[in-house]
Design a protein around this ligand. Structure first.
Ligand code: B12
Ligand code: SF4
Length: 517
């Protein structure tokens, strides 16, 4: 049987990073089936396009995965596929919580023939077998023979064959520039961001988060060896195609068990498996100097920190009181000293927020080493404790907000400001942090750092700007580049001068993600 795994586009970014679930399920597919992957962010498709594709390619089963924000598109694509007679199985965080919606058991239309609840590592082979025999069931749940929920152990994680997988759709370098950039420094013909997981689960239970409910509070890890082997495979591929790879460790809290994280990082260093990577770690775990030393030595370049708010009352409200705003500056300084940057994520529209929250937050941010601030709105995702609290209090203004998804729009009314005031706060946060002046200031404030680090922050700021301000087409990019030309030219001139002065070493330094190992 030919199987298509499809992830709908998110409407915001293009081929920033592939979705791990597709590669994982492909690796777990029983022998004898062929699996094709389409990520809508890299290969945009509409309903007619996907229906034609499944017929032309003789697809016998389509698997669709989606977060809540893409679910409306996922349902539309599923409907189009089912209309031409091909069965659809859906999985991922949204349908796990809203299986009745996907199966049309809540009075609405049916979108999926089957739903895979929760982690599907162990149920996927069974789903494929049943589909091949035309005996698909409505629901596949990860349970043991006694009907008890069973979380997959990651101890026997399947090797993902990154050396042979066709990654053509996931190259951030424009095709036209590839031949020229292949020759630059260690090679820039391709630049891919690859998701790797080293473990699952986070016990912290923040009120707005899906993770504790979905993955459970039992934390599971892959073996160090399997993670190291995966990094070595990626590194070898990067070298063979004269390109660059950055890894996104998608663990929700990469240092949730500090002892284990240190041991993994030591093994990465010992095996010379360093690639440049990003990981998500909560601020409280970054107090540990030795951990931060190891992060830097093992290739860590960006750490995503869910700061959420600078107001302890807000943090307490959302069960994230372990975040201490008083120590944010020290944490960021500790990272910056090792040339590791932070992606600092904030949520506005919390119950104790009042107008001016963006400006107060920006004021704090300005006292920190420059990084990548991002701003969102408190969003009641289905089945989270937040959703339940707001629903019980009758505060949801759009209880099924995902059915008519609007980016950066609230689905409930905050207590101390209006919805439109909250929207304006988010807009102000983005506008002020990603203006050409702010970008120039961020780059200039680290004038003492190596050129590569400054280029890194410039490129990252220009890309992150696109999370809020539409920046998908060539024209939008050209405009952004023109607006920031002064900062870009300053760094280019410096790179050119450095290259002329020391041709062999400067190219390496000028490449923000060039590898040392
Ligand atoms: C990486 C990641 C991202 C990446 C993008 C995705 C990518 N390219 O990988 C980035 C950083 C861009 C991102 C952004 C956002 N993310 Co995000 N992200 C994640 C993260 C950390 C890892 C995803 C992952 O690969 N997990 C590992 C894989 C193996 O797990 P999985 O995807 O769940 O797949 C398993 C099962 O779900 C199932 N499955 C999944 N799909 C399918 C399909 C089929 C057919 C079957 C059978 C099974 C199946 O099988 C898999 C194996 O067990 C998750 C949290 C998490 N730990 O999952 C949040 C998460 C998915 N993100 C979330 C959110 C809310 C967002 C944002 C909306 C945040 C924001 N406020 O802006 C944005 C939206 C971005 C956008 N524009 O699309 C929520 C989603 C909740 C929900 N109900 O939708 C999560 C769960 C985190 C959370 N805190 O709650 N995210
Ligand atoms: S620390 Fe992060 S992953 Fe863990 S529950 Fe809180 S928001 Fe979710």
């Amino acid at each position: 049987m030919r199987i298509l795994l499809y992830n709908p586009d998110n409407g915001v970014t293009r081929n920033f990073m592939p979705h791990l679930w597709m590669f994982l399920l492909k690796a777990l597919t029983p022998a004898g089936h062929e699996v094709l992957l389409i990520d809508g962010n890299a290969q945009p498709m509409d309903e007619d396009g996907i229906a034609r594709f499944v017929l032309e390619q003789n697809i016998g089963l389509v698997g669709i995965g989606a977060m809540t924000r893409m679910i409306a598109k996922a349902y539309r694509m599923a409907d189009a596929i089912r209309a031409v007679g091909v069965p659809v199985v859906m999985g991922g965080p949204h349908v796990t919580e809203m299986a009745d919606e996907a199966l049309g058991r809540d009075g609405g239309p049916r979108h999926a023939d089957a739903v895979a609840l929760g982690e599907a590592d162990e149920t996927w082979p069974k789903i494929v077998d049943d589909a091949a025999k035309h005996t698909l069931k409505d629901i596949y749940a990860p349970v043991d023979p006694f009907g008890q929920e069973q979380k997959p152990s990651l101890q026997s994680y399947p090797p993902i064959p990154w050396d042979t997988i066709n990654l053509d759709q996931f190259n951030i370098v424009p095709k036209l520039a590839t031949p020229m950039l292949r020759k630059l420094g260690a090679g820039w013909g391709t630049f891919r961001i690859i998701p790797v997981e080293s473990g699952r689960g986070c016990p912290y239970g923040c009120e707005f988060c899906t993770v504790t409910g979905f993955f459970g509070d039992s934390i599971r890890f892959r073996t160090n060896k399997s993670v190291v082997d995966e990094l070595l495979l990626l590194k070898a591929r990067m070298r063979s195609e004269r390109g660059q790879i950055a890894v996104f460790f998608i663990d929700d809290n990469f240092a949730i068990n500090v002892k284990r994280t240190k041991s993994l990082l030591r093994d990465i260093i010992a095996a010379d498996a360093q690639v440049h990577w990003v990981a998500q770690i909560s601020a409280n775990l970054l107090r540990d100097e030795e951990l931060v030393d190891l992060i830097a030595a093992a290739g860590g370049k960006w750490i995503f920190i869910g700061m959420e708010s600078i107001d302890p009352a807000n943090l307490k409200d959302v069960n994230k009181g372990f975040n201490k705003p008083g120590e944010y500056a020290a944490v960021l300084e500790r990272l910056a000293q090792r040339n590791v940057f932070a992606i600092t994520s904030f949520i506005f529209g919390m119950d104790n927020d009042t107008t001016g929250v963006a400006e107060r937050t920006l004021h704090e941010i300005q006292t920190w080493p420059p990084g990548l601030p991002i701003f969102g709105l408190l969003t009641p995702l289905p089945a989270t404790p937040l959703y339940k609290r707001l629903e019980a209090a009758g505060r949801l203004t759009r209880p099924k907000h995902w059915q008519e998804f609007i980016p950066f729009a609230m689905a409930h009314t905050p207590l101390k400001m209006t919805i439109s005031e909250a929207h304006a706060e988010v807009k102000h946060g983005w506008a002020k942090s990603y203006s050409p002046e702010a970008i120039a200031h961020a780059v200039a404030s680290i004038a003492h750092k190596p050129l590569g680090y400054r280029i890194n922050i410039l490129i990252a700021r220009l890309c992150f700007r696109g999370i809020y301000f539409p920046q998908m087409g060539r024209f939008a990019w050209a405009k952004t580049i023109a607006q920031n030309r002064s900062t870009i030219l300053t760094l280019l001139k410096e790179a050119f001068r450095a290259r002329r002065a020391a041709p062999s070493s400067s190219a390496q330094q000028a490449s923000p993600l060039a590898h040392s190992g």
